[in-house]
Design a protein around this ligand. Structure first.
Ligand code: HEC
Ligand code: HEC
Length: 221
């Protein structure tokens, strides 16, 4: 932790804060690059485009700048709050291996490798510490025993498909409605469950039920 902090400070001192327009440009340049690959349509679906560089927490920190620098080379920008802290080390390891040309999907990545840069060990440590610091707080079933109730089913099934169930105390009820609407777009983008075309055996997406469950336990005011 202390080591990561010292690294973060060293990096922050070495490079001036990336201006926001520069960050957005870096993201759109990268998107252009991978979109032109024959695998563009597949890469484009890995992460949705709903999360912008301007929304990165602590966005002038060394960690945020490294995410913009390295993590948009193959897909849209990852949100640190997408996963709980415990998940990030394995994901970063998998991604860094790819950037070094040592990952799985070798052939696919080899074609893109020409322009892809990998972070140094020091940069990887700063990146990981940043993702962990701003990670999702996972749902604790001991705090919400009603998660097993039928009214919680939509939330329980639909909202645990791509990441851990989020803690309802993260947002107020009205903030949750906006996040859930964005997740509907994420689901459509990533082609998972969308309520409009029910497929037998797949969990139903009942937005009103999800919002009601979140509102019941949401942060007040
Ligand atoms: C060299 C290309 C490449 C780079 C650069 C890259 N990724 Fe990925 N990423 C992929 C591929 C391919 C997948 C889909 C397969 C998989 O999940 O491993 C993926 C999937 C993901 C996912 C969704 C899968 C999940 O477990 O939720 C996340 C989140 C992610 N990457 C985060 C990152 C982060 C953070 C960085 C920067 C440290 C990064 N990626 C850099 C290629 C890359
Ligand atoms: C198809 C995959 C997918 C499903 C299903 C999904 N999410 Fe997400 N979720 C994402 C992605 C991708 C991100 C990061 C990008 C973003 O924030 O839009 C994310 C981020 C989040 C975050 C962190 C965002 C923040 O800024 O605080 C919360 C909270 C969240 N999801 C809640 C939910 C809830 C509630 C549901 C159920 C309605 C849900 N998710 C279903 C993909 C999904």
């Amino acid at each position: 932790m202390i080591r990561a902090l010292a690294l973060a400070l060293a990096l922050a001192a070495a490079a001036p804060a990336l201006a926001q327009s520069e960050a957005e440009r870096a993201v759109s340049d990268a998107r252009q690059r991978w979109a032109e690959s024959p695998h563009g349509p597949m890469l484009e679906r890995i992460l949705p485009p709903t999360f912008a560089a301007s929304e990165l927490p602590d966005r002038n920190s060394a960690g945020a700048r490294l995410v913009v620098q390295y993590c948009v080379q193959c897909h849209n920008l990852p949100n640190p709050a997408m996963h709980q802290a415990a998940k990030w080390p394995a994901i970063v390891k998998r991604m860094v291996a790819r950037m070094q040309g040592k990952g799985n999907m070798g052939e696919l990545m080899a074609e893109m490798m020409a322009g892809v840069r990998a972070p140094s060990d020091a940069e990887s440590a700063v990146l990981l510490a940043y993702l962990e610091r701003h990670a999702q707080a996972p749902f604790d079933p001991r705090k919400y025993p009603d998660i097993e109730a039928p009214q919680a089913q939509s939330f329980r099934l639909a909202c645990s498909q791509c990441h851990v169930l989020p803690d309802p105390k993260r947002y107020t009820a009205s903030q949750w409605r906006a996040v859930v609407a964005r997740m509907e777009k994420n689901m459509a983008w990533m082609n998972r469950v969308v309520g409009s075309r029910p497929v037998r055996g797949e969990p139903q997406l009942r937005i009103d039920e999800i919002n009601a469950y979140l509102a019941k336990h949401a942060r007040r005011g």
